[in-house]
Design a protein around this ligand. Structure first.
Ligand SMILES: [Zn+2]
Ligand SMILES: [Zn+2]
Length: 164
């Protein structure tokens, strides 16, 4: 069986040439590559192995398959560059859209906690080191001033602190 050896940033990937040719009728990058580079030497791709494998498996099973921890945007760019069939680009686009929709939904539906320092409602995802504006000391009700700074404006920032 004739094979081609690809090097993805130094990681070796050996594939049967027949298999690469059988994925699609379309003239995409790897298919053209094995047609023209037939000296049997390893071919350096300088691409992430997980993205290359994702593209190969996707073509093999006619279904979008994503390897661990790959970036969809990165995969899209490589698919575009490699001229893979259009349906793969469409699948990736709709996957990116549905992911960002879930993320927005998640933030929208997030529980609101009440800060025990400033008594403002806040969401965990939006709580930063400058969210909670407060005074170091509580108000001296008798003198109606904040003993820490003598100002009405809060003098320190920090994270909101929830109960429990
Ligand atoms: Zn103060
Ligand atoms: Zn607060």
């Amino acid at each position: 069986m004739e094979t081609v050896t690809l090097l993805c940033r130094g990681v070796k990937l050996v594939l049967p040439i027949k298999e690469i040719e059988s994925f699609t009728d379309q003239a995409w990058f790897l298919k053209l590559l094995v047609q023209y580079e037939d000296d049997g030497k390893p071919i350096e791709l300088c691409e992430d192995i997980n993205i290359v494998l994702s593209i190969i498996e996707t073509l093999k099973y006619h279904k979008l398959i994503l390897y661990n921890s790959i970036s969809l945007e990165h995969m899209y760019m490589l698919c575009d560059k490699w001229c893979v069939p259009e349906w793969i680009l469409e699948e990736i686009t709709s996957r990116i859209e549905s992911y960002s929709k879930t993320e927005t939904e998640k933030i929208k539906n997030e529980k609101i906690y009440k800060c025990s320092v400033c008594y403002t409602g806040y969401k965990h995802s939006e709580n930063t080191s400058t969210s909670c504006k407060r005074h170091l000391y509580s108000m001296d009700t008798h003198a109606n001033i904040f003993a820490c700074c003598n100002n009405q404006e809060p003098c320190i920032n920090g994270y909101h602190i929830g109960k429990g």
